[in-house]
Design a protein around this ligand. Structure first.
Ligand code: LLP
Length: 427
C-alpha cells in the first residue's frame, strides 16, 4: 500500500509504524490495512466516474463495520451478497438506499430482510427470485427496485472459477437464450417491482478492457430491445467489478480513470447508435479498492533447505488466512521486513502450518539467504478475498485486521481466540 516505507535499519513501517512494533503489540499473523490508502482508492474510483455514476464497493472482498463507515463517509455505495453482509452494512451505518443486494440463490428470508431494510436495489438472478422479491415487496407494501443480472457471453481471461459471463455457469439470465428479455417482461408486469436496469459482471482479476467493452455493448443492446418491446427506457446499467490488481511486478492493472473513461465512451456511443438516453452507470469494484491496501505480516518459524530444489519457509499462518494460492494458483510476492540483509537471495516457497502440502502462501519467491526463525516477512496485496475467505482449518484462529492511520494502529477486527471456537462447539 502507499504508506509502506523501509527505514535505514531495514525495518518496514506502515504509515509510520514499524512492523516490529506491530508484531510485538498485536502478534502475528496479522492483516495490516492502510486506512488512508483505502480511502484514497475509494475517492479515486468515485472521482473517476463522477457525479453521473455510482461506485458500489463489493463487500465480499472484505467487509467490517469500520470499513463500512469509511465507505459511507467517502460517498460510496455497497454491494452485499448475503444476510451477513447486509447486517454488517446496516450495522456499520450504510444508508439502505446505497446498498445493492446480489446472489444467485438468495433465500426468501434474506430477500424479505433486504426489502424490509429498504435496500436501493436487488439484482435478480432467476425467475424464482423475481417471484420471491415481488412477493416480499407486495407483503411489505413497497415497490422494490430491481436490476436484471444478465450473462453476456464473454469469456473473461481469468481463472475458470472466477469468470462469470460465459454461458455455462450458474449466474444470471442468458442474453443469447432470450431469458433476459423474458425476465424484463415478467418484472414489468409486476406492480410491486420497479425495473431500473440491467447488470453484468464478467469475472474477476481482469486486466484487459475488451471483455467490459463487449459486455457494455450487449447490455445496451438489451436496453434497446426492452425499449422497442415495452416502450420503456431503463435508467441504469451496472457493469460489475473485476478489475485486476498487481500481485507481482508482472501484473499491469488499469487505473480507475482509464476504466471510467472507456466505459463512458462505449456506453454513450452505443446509446447514441440505438437512440437511447445514456443511462446512469454503476460499477462494483472490490479487489481494486481493498486488495492493495493490506499486507499480511507473518513470523518465520522454520527454514528448511532442500538440496538442489528450494528452501521451505514456514510461517505462523497459511491457507487458513490466504487460500488464494491453493485455490486459484494465485501469485504473490514476499519480503523480509524486520531487518536489513545483504545476504545472497535464495529461492523459497513460503508455506503455512496446516496439515497438507498444498498449504502454500507464496509458491516461488526469493528471500535473503540468511533468513531465520523469528524474522518477520510480509505478503503484500492481501486486502481482498483473504480475511473474507479465511477459515478455521485445523482450528486455526483467524488473524486480526489492523488499520493503520496517522502513525497509529487500531484493531478493526480482533484476533480469534479459543473461546471463539468453543462458543460454537456446544456439544
Ligand atoms: N460484483 C459481483 C456481482 C461479483 O460477483 C463480484 C465478485 C464483484 C462485483 C467484485 O469483483 P472484484 O472487483 O473484487 O474482482 N474469491 C475470488 C474472487 C471472487 C469474485 C466473486 N465476485 C478471488 O479471490 O480471486
Amino acid at each position: 500500500s502507499r504508506g509502506v516505507r523501509r527505514g535505514d535499519d531495514g525495518v518496514v513501517s506502515a504509515d509510520g509504524i514499524p512492523v516490529t512494533r506491530i508484531a510485538e503489540e498485536y502478534g502475528t499473523p496479522a492483516y495490516v490495512m492502510d486506512e488512508a490508502d483505502f480511502r484514497a482508492r475509494c475517492r479515486a474510483w468515485k472521482d473517476a466516474f463522477g457525479p453521473g455514476a455510482d461506485v458500489y464497493y463489493a463487500g465480499k472482498a472484505f467487509l467490517s463495520r469500520a470499513l463500512v463507515r469509511w465507505l459511507t463517509e467517502e460517498g460510496l455505495h455497497l454491494d452485499v451478497c448475503s444476510a451477513g453482509e447486509l447486517a454488517t452494512a446496516l450495522s456499520g451505518g450504510m444508508p439502505p438506499e446505497r446498498i445493492g443486494y446480489h446472489g444467485n440463490n438468495k433465500t426468501s428470508d434474506e430477500i424479505d430482510r433486504a426489502v424490509h431494510a429498504g435496500v436501493g436495489r436487488i439484482v435478480v438472478d432467476s425467475f424464482q427470485e423475481i417471484a420471491r422479491v415481488a412477493h416480499a415487496a407486495h407483503r411489505r407494501g413497497v415497490r422494490q427496485k430491481v436490476q436484471i443480472r444478465v450473462t453476456v457471453g464473454v469469456e473473461a481471461h481469468t481463472h475458470e472459477f472466477i469468470a462469470t459471463a460465459h454461458e455455462d455457469q450458474k449466474f444470471g439470465f442468458s442474453l443469447a437464450g432470450g431469458q433476459a428479455a423474458e425476465a424484463a417482461r415478467r418484472i414489468l408486469g409486476l406492480d410491486s417491482l420497479e425495473l431500473t436496469g440491467v447488470h453484468s459482471h464478467i469475472g474477476s482479476q481482469i486486466f484487459d478492457m475488451a471483455g467490459f467493452e463487449v459486455s457494455a455493448r450487449r447490455v445496451v443492446e438489451l436496453l434497446a430491445g426492452i425499449r422497442d418491446e415495452h416502450g420503456v427506457e431503463l435508467p441504469e446499467i451496472d457493469l460489475g467489478g473485476g478489475l485486476g490488481i498487481a500481485y507481482t511486478p508482472a501484473d499491469d492493472p488499469r487505473e480507475p480513470q482509464e476504466v471510467a473513461k472507456r466505459l463512458a465512451e462505449i456506453v454513450t456511443h452505443e446509446c447514441e447508435n440505438a437512440a437511447l438516453a445514456t443511462p446512469r452507470i454503476s460499477v462494483e469494484p472490490g479487489r481494486a479498492i481493498v486488495g492493495p491496501t493490506t499486507f499480511t505480516l507473518y513470523e518465520v518459524g522454520t527454514v528448511k533447505p532442500l538440496e538442489g530444489l528450494r528452501t521451505y519457509v514456514s510461517v505462523d499462518g497459511g491457507m487458513s488466512d490466504n487460500i488464494r494460492t491453493a485455490l486459484y494458483d494465485a501469485e504473490y510476492s514476499v519480503s523480509l521486513v524486520s531487518r536489513r540483509s545483504d545476504a545472497e537471495p535464495m529461492l523459497v516457497r513460503v508455506v503455512g502450518k496446516h496439515c497438507e502440502s498444498g498449504d502454500i502462501v507464496v509458491r516461488d519467491a526469493y528471500l535473503p539467504g540468511d533468513l531465520a526463525a523469528g524474522d518477520l516477512i510480509a505478503v503484500p496485496a492481501t486486502g481482498a478475498y483473504c480475511r473474507s475467505l479465511a477459515s478455521n482449518y485445523n482450528h486455526a484462529l483467524k488473524p486480526p485486521v489492523l488499520a493503520v492511520r496517522d502513525g497509529e494502529a487500531r484493531v478493526i477486527v480482533r484476533r480469534e481466540t479459543e473461546e471463539d471456537l468453543f462458543r460454537l462447539d456446544v456439544g
